[in-house]
Design a protein around this ligand. Sequence first.
Ligand SMILES: [Zn+2]
Length: 508
Amino acid sequence: MDSINRRQFLKAGSVATAGLPFAADLLATQAAAPRASSKMIAIQIGAVSFADEGIEECLDILKERGAVNTVMPAVYSNSRGTAGRHKPYPGHGKNVEDLSIKGGNYATVHPSFYKDISIDPLATQATDHPGFDVLRDLIPHTRKRGMKVIGLFQNSFNEKLPGADKLFSFDFNGKQTDALCFNNPYHRRFLTGLVDDYVNSYDIDGLIYVNETQGAFTDMIGARFRGRERGLPGSRTCFCQYCIDKGKAQGIRVDRLKAAFQEAEKLVAAGRAHQKPVDGFYVSFWRLLLRNPELLQWEHLYHESYREVYKLMYDHVKAANKNCQFGLHIWTNTSMNPIYRAEQDFAELSKCADFLKLALYNNCGGPRMASYIQSIGDTVYGDLPLQEVTQFHYRVLNYPSEAPFAGVSEAGLSANYVYQEIKRARAGRGPGGAKILAGIDVDIPLSQLDIVEGAKMENARLTTRERVRDATGEALRAGADGIVISRKYSEMKLDNLSGIGDAVRSMS
Ligand SMILES: [Zn+2]
């Protein structure tokens, strides 16, 4: 972007934000002259917001509303969840009908960092905002304000790129999917190439990697929110040759995998159809595991594999700049699924991360918890009423004060849940472990898939300024090393974003 275009770009943003109804409210917030917190207060934001609203204007709003001192731009993403606009229109940015994004690398691709990745690295360049580099063009403005920049990159890919199929996973029926495999050497080289490019080409303070996946077995039994839809027969991964060879080398009887997953599929299909096995679901589940230990071995192999990739990326970051921070987003599934939680050992993860951002989304977390319970309540816990499944999970996850199944969609999860989770993470990371950041949700939208039988979308708990303030306050009170406002600025109502600033300033 040449300097004239850059000026136009900034000007366009000031036009876009001038005269909006929040202006007076914003001035009122400024007048409060708050003391800034010494903890990291970060926000996830897509390049589209800088394009729509202007860099300077955005940064001013983030600082005033959210007490933000660290910007986490989506530098590599193919997901509208971190890089796009939003409906319903939150009252800032551009109000457009077409929400689609092109996706890819929102900084400038420097091809020399990418070796043997099966695709042309230049093809991964995002083309949504021609001439705009979300790091090069943002960093001077953040420096001026004393703000840090941590680039967010997400496990995602444009499956239409020529050569992309070489990075993809296979399901247990041998069918190729568009999910990425962590044992695939092309994928690993792509990720280390991204890390090398960002850390060597830009004066960034850190990177955070977002991976929201689990293994084939837990996905198959529906152990996640929206699990009923995710557990489709044969859809889970990965069973590619790289994974098979690795499993074989570890002594896993890979020749039995297909039959084992077919048996699991039968149990899940019976559960979804509410056809109770002779000995019930729980006993049948354990019979399945005892007869097919490969199911759990394969699950653990999956989690070990992405942790290897985390360590690989961590080492690349430190080799390029030992002061650059590397962090991980910990998927909200760790708040629901005890099997997934068992794989998220904070002391272990601290070996490959300087900070861990726990997605403690207490607003959308209510409906998500209900949809998780409904899903797993069809399979492993099909013998129990859903309220008993819920109670069991609250006990084992240590949530002393959450709403029952019938009300959790509408009540959301409490601020106390955020407090409990930060306490647990701080104890679990061990001495010298990674910093613990609380991911607080502001206006993350719900899908119809989150809405369980008997609940209504319009009644499901929506973000309010007070709830954001309370969750943030409890996270800080529990000793969180910082806050990450999630999941992207373009979907947040500005008044709700102010809930972060309310909490931070009241505790400064
Ligand atoms: Zn694989």
